[in-house]
Design a protein around this ligand. Structure first.
Ligand code: FE2
Length: 361
């Protein structure tokens, strides 16, 4: 099957040279008005707090990205010879945690990671949501959840929101590009339908008085305790109860959810892996110059971030990548992707670098 190539990379561009001024969100930004109706996936986000954009990436290309991930695991470091990868033998692969996440080694900047971030159908979905083409993208982790792992305890649910309860309202849309067939037993994302609409009420009426809250590693995160989940259970979102829904999707589908929507992921239970790429975008105009400078440094050092595209959190490259047995991966400090990053013109904009004012560089 023919695979459409992505546009060729642009000639080298210099940070700050263009002094590009990002266009801020327009009047059709999601949640900007209470009477919005779009006739597409955006209506699902408004109502449910999440949506599936079917075929955002052409299936053949999604499958080729999954294949690149297998190759990555098989040829990981060791001069490209790999460590003898076997899917049930974690020491032969990079460190992948019980949630399937791999971050470090510059994996966030591998060819497949950037190719997925630059997929037109993915970027355009976020451009529609924010009503601007001038976006930043996160340098988030890759998910390579392997089935049958015996070295890890079972992945326990950690239902959470990914934004600060003290800053309510729609601030962030998170995304995952799914790369392998993902059915009921294949793990993946699970979300609490409609709970974005009761988030503010939850924090005002319940969480503000919570006796035993879950530890928050950053203000931009909130974890639900058992009591918090019970509170949610009793809520109605206009259609019925706020219910937990597991996504089922095909290679190339883009899953998006409002960061206020409680969510977590499940491990594969069968014999199929779950491969996915986290892709989160926000208007470049919403980032400060300090954010952009921090993001540029992360890009140049091929470091990862969390889902926040304005690089709220950047991975500490000195933090060792530990295996489950407590040993440090021998390649923990090697933060170089297999090849230097190649970007399309739009991809370069997504780094935020062209929006850095010349005086700041
Ligand atoms: Fe999350």
């Amino acid at each position: 099957m023919a695979i459409d190539p992505l546009p060729t990379p642009p000639p080298e561009a210099k940070p700050g040279s263009g002094n590009l001024v990002p266009k801020p969100s327009g009047p059709n930004k999601l949640f900007a008005r209470p009477d919005q109706k779009f006739g597409d996936f955006r209506d699902d986000i408004l109502r449910d707090g999440y949506a599936v954009v079917k075929g955002a990436v052409p299936r053949a290309r999604a499958e080729s990205y999954a294949e690149s991930m297998w190759t990555y695991l098989e040829t990981f470091k060791n001069g490209g010879r790999g460590l003898g990868f076997r899917r049930d033998d974690p020491p032969t692969s990079p460190v992948i945690n019980e949630k399937g996440m791999c971050s470090g080694y510059g994996v966030n900047h591998e060819d497949f990671a950037w190719s997925i971030r630059q997929e037109p159908g993915v970027v355009d979905a976020f451009a529609q949501v924010f009503d601007t083409d001038d976006l930043l993208v996160s340098f988030d982790a890759v998910n390579m959840a392997l089935p049958g792992r015996k070295d890890l305890p079972a992945n326990r649910p950690w239902p959470h929101q990914d934004q600060d309860p003290a800053r309510p309202g729609f601030r962030c849309l998170q995304g995952i590009v799914n790369l392998l067939p993902n059915g009921p037993d294949d793990g993946g994302l699970i979300v609490c339908r409609g709970a974005h609409l009761v988030s503010e009420k939850f924090h005002r009426e319940f969480a503000a008085h919570e006796k035993d809250p879950v530890f928050r590693w950053t203000p931009e995160w909130y974890g639900f305790s058992e009591a918090g989940l019970k509170w949610l259970e009793g809520q109605r979102d206009g259609q019925g109860k706020c219910e937990w829904v597991k996504f089922e999707c095909e290679p190339g589908d883009l899953l998006v959810w409002d960061s206020r929507t409680p969510h977590y992921n499940l491990s594969p239970q069968g014999d199929r892996a779950r491969f996915a790429m986290y892709t989160c975008y926000m208007p470049a105009a919403d980032a400060s110059q300090a954010d952009l400078v921090r993001k540029k440094a992360a890009f140049e050092q091929t470091l990862g971030t969390t889902h926040w595209p304005n690089a709220v959190h950047v991975r500490d490259h000195n933090a060792p990548l530990k295996r489950q047995d407590g040993t440090t991966c021998p390649y923990s400090a090697d933060n170089s992707p297999t090849r230097p990053v190649r970007l399309t013109e739009r991809g370069f904009k997504l780094t935020g670098i062209p929006y850095i004012a010349a005086a700041t560089t």
